[in-house]
Write a protein that binds this ligand. Sequence first.
Ligand code: DP6
Length: 356
Amino acid sequence: MAVYQATTSAPVNIAVIKYWGKRDTKLILPTNSSLSVTLDQDHLRSTTTSRADPSFEKDRLWLNGEEEEIKEGGRLATCIKEMKGLRREFEEKNPSEPKLSSYFVHISSRNNFPTAAGLASSAAGFAALVSSLAALYKLPASASELSRIARQGSGSACRSLFGGYVAWEQGSKPDGSDSFAVEIAPQSHWPDMHALICVVSDDKKGTSSTSGMQRTVETSPLLQHRIKEVVPARMAAISKAILAKDFDTFAEITMQDSNQFHAVALDTYPPIFYMNDVSRAIVAVITEYNRIAKEKTGHLKAAYTYDAGPNAVIYTPKENVKEIIELIVKYFPQANTFSDPFGLFGAQGVGAGAVP
Ligand code: DP6
């Protein structure tokens, strides 16, 4: 008897122009475009196996071995339904194909990093889910088409369907058909770029992205300024900087956009604080490091960015990785070991490690 099963994995992505705010909460349509770098590394991935079988009695999903409820009308159910819909279209065009769209699926997903620690686990998770179903169903869909479905699982997930430098075009259509991810440049275009992750805390974050950004949309006047006046120009400028491998411009915009995202979080009422004292101390260290570099060479060496949590991601050209790790260890002596990337996610305090 035939076994219909596929396993794929998807990596984490870290935004340099932040997505924060939805204009449609059901379809997950953003209030602004965003741009990220996909971390091409084995240690920050979700791996998902999907299986379709006529003996299954309902769709089921396990996350890190624990079963999750697939709520009717929820994000998981939506992604599975959309993927079955694409399979159905495929079967109509290819009548000899087995009718997998009528079978229930069992899905098992594993993250090799802490869930909800501000490390974009939902992004890798939904991207892996959608790509494993696409492989199971042998769909000829492009990464952009699949990104439109992953987007309905978690907005940032649409960007993890691509490697390298990826934009999520916000689109303008009410049905979301023009809101998907596109590749700005593959990782091979600028392989010198490295990401260093400083785990300040691997606790589950306080305010989830989903509820936090909705409160921002409802209460922050600064968000309106960001959406209209700031992000469009930054999207154009950082895309140009990536294509030109202009690290100074890339770094400046990345840091400014992280700052503004945390400013709109603070402008939310009641306010949301994602960065803590250690996060702010890392900003101070990187700022001083850049000031000295600029004085000596005329160029910046590093760019920090923070998502919905206290952990820092530092983008830097490869040649600086060692120096920055030494700097972090010097100022944050409780840092974990750097040789084992998993040491990163161990104890409290600051851990840092390089991710090519
Ligand atoms: C700060 O994609 O987790 O990481 O769409 O509600 O699932 P939902 O939100 P999510 O938000 C990510 C926010 C961010 C910025 C970013 O990745 O662009």
